[in-house]
Every structure is written in C-alpha cells, then in structure tokens.
Design a protein around this ligand. Sequence first.
Ligand code: PGA
Length: 248
Amino acid sequence: MTRTFFVGGNFKMNGSLDKVKSIVEGLNAGSLPSDVEVVISPPFPYLKWAKDHLTASTVEIAAQNSFDRGDGAFTGEVSVAQIKDVGSTWVILGHSERRTILKESDEFIADKTKYALDNGLKVILCIGETLEERQKDETLTVCNRQLDAVIAKVSDWSDIVVAYEPVWAIGTGLAATPDDAQDVHSKIRAHLAEKIGEKQAEGVRILYGGSVNGKNATTFNGKPDIDGYLVGGASLKPEFLDIIKSRA
Ligand code: PGA
C-alpha cells in the first residue's frame, strides 16, 4: 500500500495578509513535487485569499477549527459549510492547543470530526501525549483514548489523516527522534487495525508533528509508518519548501 506523502502547514494564530501573501507566493514559485500532498492552514480571515491565489494543484487549504453543527446562533464559531464555501477542503481538529488551552474534550473533538466528515470536509486529526503523560509511560494510552473517541463515531477513515504530535515536541525545538516517532506511529497503526480493520488502517496517513524543520525533516526518511508532517513554526518560513521536498 503506497500512501501519498503529506505535508501540512499549520500557521496557528500567526501572520497577516502580507505574511500569507509571501508564503503563497513562495509556494507558487517553489516547483513543488507532484507526488506530495500539501495542505496549508492560515487563520480564518485569510483562507479565501490563499485559496484564490495558490496556483499549484497539489496544494489545498485547511481551516484550523470547525463546529459540530450547521449554521446558526453560535457566536464566534465557523461552520463546515462556510469553510467549504471559501474553497477549503480540510480542517485541523484535536490540536493539543485546543485540547489544553480551549479545554476541548475527546468527545467534542469526535463530534466535530464526525460532523466535518459527514458534511464533506477532510480532517487532520491531531493526537498526542503531554510530557507528564510520557514520563508516566502513558503515550499509547493517551493516543488510543483520543483515537477511540473518534472510532466510536466514525467508521470510514478514508478522509482522515492522523497527526501524532507529542505535546512536549510542539514549538520546543525538541522533535521526537525518528525511531521514537516510528515506534509510536506503528503502534497507532496497529491500534487502528484492531479497531477499524487492517485494510483501512493501512491506508490512513499518520503524520509526525512537533518541531519539524528544514534540517531535521530528512532524518525521518525511510520510516515506514511516517507518512508526512504537520508543521507549525517552520511552515511560516522559506524552509517549509525544504520540508515539502524532503522525501525527494
Ligand atoms: P511546531 O508545531 O512545528 O511549531 O512544533 C507543530 C504543530 O503544532 O502542528
């Protein structure tokens, strides 16, 4: 089973229209490989601008959040229909910053995932343990629990990409080692195989996220269960292109 290499750029709550313009221009001029799926995720106000100005057919747009219900009286939320209306095809759900800072529960994330999928958005589903959980050897317990909440509600995983993002590696400059990441990824895939079947599990892309940069990206090459990256800080910099090209 060949899984298309996937590189996501999560801008988080960073940047400005000028910044997004320069990133999009960089991608447009970047001679991107045709066999790498790239998804960039600017803040909501810039989704449409980015969509309208990206020229490479391999680059799609993700929102950084969506709600679990349709349009209505939900002040401050953004609907799946609105996200699709401006040309986005993906949404990032379950990011640790939303789990920890916004206190989103496994259950709520599962509801949002189901709603997004049912209404035609593909989902980058983030999971991962905190440093404290890792030190207590709970990495897989946590990842499996976060996955199980979604498994309970979603049976077709063909439009989900899982991003394993250990919280201690996000924005710290301290990426997981390629061996450690591969070890967790293979166990995540084994867990998926047990719960949603081997065939589906083989097709699910599992991205690594946490301090991936232009220099360390190639060190993950050759790891069979690492199908790409979800990149935060480095997606705002020219080195994002090096990460996109790191499997070449
Ligand atoms: P980072 O963030 O690359 O800045 O560590 C990754 C993420 O949060 O998706």
